[in-house]
Design a protein around this ligand. Structure first.
Ligand code: F6R
Length: 610
């Protein structure tokens, strides 16, 4: 999704804005731009281009921007209008004195545009964002802050905004409603950014701007106001994660680095959350009595987080006997879900900014449900709107394709399932302890699989030519099949489908021939024999099988062309293990195809529009 960086201070703005903007590349974008106020003559200067930030850097070699201490920059992920130079941000008003960058969508832009055009304002782009610059100008040039305030009251939709004006060359105005924006507080310099990773090398002191807040930022002062202009306290928080966390540290891609971080992420989570064999869910915001009173659970999430939710359904129902429904967030809110005060809604989201999930949570709360979120980004919108938060603390996930955030979400689902099983008295102490022990062994198991990655890479490369893939799994590994297919299609662009293996005969079998690769997730399980039958059916139709099987399963060799062995773990815990080879298969196939693994085409890391 779009990225914003703004700066006001004493340093040269352009190089700083560009390097910070580069750290937001992972969010996904297709054009970019930078605008500054010239130190020499106070004029606004802008450069922008379709494509990558490197194009902008190259452009600036010939069309330099003036020396400046104040500026805003942007990566745009096209929604209204193609990724062209004129649609790229920043956008200026007709006088060229006001400059804005915007994330989000202005839903009423057409009416506003028509009104402004009738008054003589000239538009140069097809974007919804440009109206903001003209609207600010329409409220006069004497008081920038007031003009912004009046503008925001007219906007319907969502926004994170950075605004500068040549009439006020020492100020940067920021505002947010529904799209993330943070302020970085430095010494004699301040920043705005879409997320912390952009400015971490300059400051760790962060103000998380809340919805409906406007900030008036100078190099030595940050004042935050609500929409009515009342000053509100701005809490400065210090973020703890290291700069290393947003660098590749020798890995060719963030995705591979993040895949390798999974053992650590899980092990940190388990040591934080398992005390003396008991699950500690600090932050959940509900007492055990309140949790027991929840008659049913509804999980809402999108994409990969939805798959973590599906695993959650299997394990919570199997371990705790509490009914669980799982919805993709965009469906939940429009299907009139039957929920009340005895429903616990669990919202799962890496970013905590996914517009559909936020909307689902609002819908759930309006219907009286309690909402607990499982989230990775501290202070994100979702965490502020939930009754309780279970942070996954997986560290910043930069690769667009989610890997470590998924494993962390799964880890949290297992902890939740154990918690529910214990409070509902559905599991013997022995079974609880055996699952806790099994969970604690998973990080070491993942490390073992990672040691075998060269073999997995070889298998992936040998199959990279297939034009389509089918992923099959059963029971707790049906969601793994969905996740394997999603990972592959996201970064390799190969059509891939995930199915419950039992469904194969009800349609997908028609697709099987020698041109179709089928990944069968076949660890030791209660449905193992059924998976073997499916594999026979595929082989009979010349499908190429890649199996993910348990160490020591020699019998599977007669059914599959390629086998990736994973260590034996408790059957219920297998999704934590089988997903790793699936991530690696997707990664190595995408690399073999020469794709941009960390920033796959058309995708955004955080989907802040519905
Ligand atoms: C897939 C992926 C997406 C996200 C989805 C939800 O690799 O990253 O499918 O899982 O957009 O995002 P969050 O978890 O931030 O709500």
């Amino acid at each position: 999704m779009c990225g914003i960086v703004g700066y006001v201070g004493k340093k040269e703005a352009t190089p700083l804005l560009l390097s910070a903007l580069k750290r937001l590349e992972y969010r996904g974008y297709d054009s970019c731009g930078v605008g500054v106020i010239s130190l020499k003559d106070g004029r606004i200067a802008v450069q922008k281009t379709p494509g990558k930030i490197q194009n902008l850097v190259d452009l600036l070699k010939t069309k330099d921007l003036p020396l400046s201490h104040v500026g805003i920059s942007h990566t745009r992920w096209a929604t209204h209008g193609k990724p062209t130079r004129s649609n790229a941000h920043p956008h200026a008003d007709t006088s060229g004195k006001i400059l804005i960058v915007h994330n989000g969508i202005i839903e009423n832009y057409q009416e506003l545009k028509a009104e402004l055009q009738s008054k003589g304002y000239r538009f140069t782009s097809e974007t919804d964002s440009e109206v903001i610059a003209h609207l600010i100008a329409s409220f006069g040039r004497d008081d920038l802050f007031k003009a912004v305030q009046k503008t925001l009251k007219k906007l319907v939709g969502s926004f994170a905004l950075g605004i500068i004006s040549s009439d006020f060359p020492d100020r940067l105005i920021a505002a947010r409603l529904g799209s993330p924006l943070i302020i970085g507080v430095g010494k004699d310099e301040n920043f705005i950014a879409s997320d912390v990773s952009a400015i971490l090398e300059h400051t760790r002191k962060i103000i998380y701007l809340k919805d409906g807040e406007i900030a008036d930022i100078r190099s030595d002062e940050v004042c935050v106001y609500d929409l009515s202009g009342r000053k509100v306290p701005a809490k400065i928080q210090t973020v703890s994660f290291k700069l290393d966390a947003v660098q590749k540290e020798g890995f060719p891609h963030f995705m591979l680095k993040e895949i390798h971080e999974q053992p650590e992420v899980l092990s940190a989570m388990l040591s934080l959350r398992l005390k003396k064999g008991m699950v500690v869910l600090e932050g959940i915001g509900l007492s055990d009595t309140a949790l027991v009173q929840c008659r049913n659970i509804m999980i809402v999430a999108c994409g990969t987080a939805y798959h973590a939710g599906l695993v959650g359904k299997y394990i919570i129902e199997q371990l705790a006997c509490v009914p669980v429904a799982v919805d993709v967030s965009s469906e939940f809110r429009y299907r009139s879900p039957i929920i009340d005060k005895n429903t616990l809604v669990i919202a799962v989201s890496q970013s905590g900014e996914t517009a559909d999930t936020l909307a689902a949570v609002r819908e759930a709360k309006a219907r009286g449900a309690k909402v607990v979120s499982i989230c990775n980004v501290v202070g994100s919108s979702l965490t502020r709107e939930s009754d309780g938060v279970l942070y996954t603390h997986a560290g910043p996930e930069i690769g667009v394709a989610s890997t470590k955030a998924y494993t962390a979400q799964l880890g949290m689902m297992y902890l939740l399932a154990l918690k529910f099983a214990v409070i509902h008295k559905k599991l013997s102490g022995f079974r609880v302890q055996s699952l806790v022990k099994g969970l604690k062994e998973i990080p070491a198991t993942l490390k073992k699989i990672l040691k075998d990655k060269a073999r997995i890479a070889k298998i992936a490369r040998a199959n990279a030519h297939f034009g389509s893939f089918l992923f099959l799994g059963r029971n707790v590994n049906f969601p793994s099949a969905l996740e394997g297919a999603l990972k592959l299609k996201e970064i390799s662009y190969i059509p891939a489908e995930g199915y419950a293996a039992g469904e194969m005969k009800h349609g997908p079998i028609a697709l099987i021939d020698e041109y179709r690769a089928v990944v069968c997730i076949t660890p030791e399980s209660d449905t193992y024999e059924k998976m073997i039958s499916n594999m026979q059916e595929i082989r009979a139709r010349k499908g190429k099988i890649i199996a993910i099987a348990t160490d020591g399963d020699t019998g599977i060799r007669q059914h599959a062309s390629n086998i990736i062995y994973v260590p034996k773990v408790d059957r219920l815990l297998t999704p934590l293990v089988t997903v790793l080879p699936l991530q690696l298969i997707a990664y190595y196939i995408a690399v073999a195809r020469g794709n941009d693994v960390d920033q796959p085409r058309n995708l955004a890391k955080s989907v802040t529009v519905e």
